[in-house]
Design a binder for this molecule. Structure first.
Ligand SMILES: NC(=O)c1ccc[n+]([C@@H]2O[C@H](COP(=O)([O-])OP(=O)(O)OC[C@H]3O[C@@H](n4cnc5c(N)ncnc54)[C@H](OP(=O)(O)O)[C@@H]3O)[C@@H](O)[C@H]2O)c1
Length: 257
């Protein structure tokens, strides 16, 4: 039986990964901050699918949280075969409206944690000659979209570069770039989603099924939906100034603090 570790496992895309991987018979290590929610999820997945679900509470915006997950990934007695770096969030507000401490917390979760956890996992995976890492980025990585988009651009560049460096090692690394997905993300960030057209919303379970198929195919970047593949094609030929006018506004209206 293989083991997958998922960060941000309790909600949205991470929870969809947990459901799918449990249904396929993988044991799980579930990471997030809310311990009660983690425990409930672990019990439910264990009871429904008969898998082992371990709970690892950690705040990935803090050094000790990242270190705790690094330690689990480095445990050679209980190796992790698939890492899903999914935990993430958006800050409320555009550039200069967001307190610097919140900007730095986002970089810590989206970039530092992803770098450190990928490295902790990939070291053992390379020794064993197999394994996979999915780093959840966003299509925001390809367009002007505040500091959030900039952090996700880092995730894509890092993952593609690491995948190239590890080619032939048996370890697959893939950046997953979803468009809008109905999760807790927008509510947590205080975003009003009223100006996002209905056709732009993706289903988390379908997204995860496509992502895992793309990982199995050996892709290093996955944009898992024909609508967004077409949009990203348009992005490549649209002048940057014009593009930013649309992409930096869509879905970025914030309610009062
Ligand atoms: N939803 C979208 O439209 C969308 C689109 C593109 C990309 N994404 C990306 O997809 C990923 C998942 O987002 P989602 O939409 O599924 O969000 P979500 O529903 O809000 O879930 C976020 C998950 O991350 C955990 N988390 C948040 N901050 C954390 C921290 N400091 N340490 C550890 N865990 C933390 C949360 O649990 P706790 O609060 O208990 O810690 C929760 O399990 C993110 O990286 C996001 O940027 C989302």
């Amino acid at each position: 039986m293989t083991t997958a570790l998922i960060t941000g496992a309790t909600a949205g895309i991470g929870a969809a990964f947990a459901r799918r991987l449990a249904a396929e018979g993988h044991n799980l290590v579930l990471v997030a901050r809310d311990v009660e929610r983690l425990r409930e999820q672990a019990t439910e997945l264990h009871d429904r699918h008969g898998i082992e679900a371990e709970v690892l509470p950690a705040d990935l915006s803090r050094d000790e949280g990242i270190a705790a997950v690094e330690a689990r990934l480095g445990d050679r007695q209980h190796s992790v075969d698939l890492l899903v770096n999914n935990a993430g969030f958006g800050n409320r507000g555009s550039y200069l409206e967001v307190p610097m401490a919140d900007e730095l917390a986002m970089l810590k979760v989206h970039c530092e944690a992803v770098l450190r956890l990928t490295s902790a996992a990939a070291t053992g995976m390379r020794e064993r000659g197999r394994g996979g890492v999915v780093n959840v980025a966003s299509v925001a990585a390809f367009v002007p979209r505040g500091t959030y988009g900039a952090s996700k651009a880092w995730v894509v560049q890092f993952t593609q570069g690491a995948a190239k460096d590890m080619a032939g090692s048996g370890v697959r690394l893939m950046a997953l770039c979803p468009g809008f997905v109905r999760t807790e993300f927008h509510q947590r960030a205080g975003m009003s989603t009223g100006n996002i057209p209905g056709w732009m919303w993706l289903d988390a379970d379908k997204l995860v099924a496509t992502a895992l198929a793309d990982l199995a195919r050996g892709k290093s970047v996955s944009v898992p939906d024909p609508r967004y593949k077409a949009l990203m094609g348009l992005v490549k030929v649209t002048p940057r100034g014009l593009l930013g006018g649309v992409t930096s506004r869509t879905g970025r209206k914030y309610g009062p603090r």
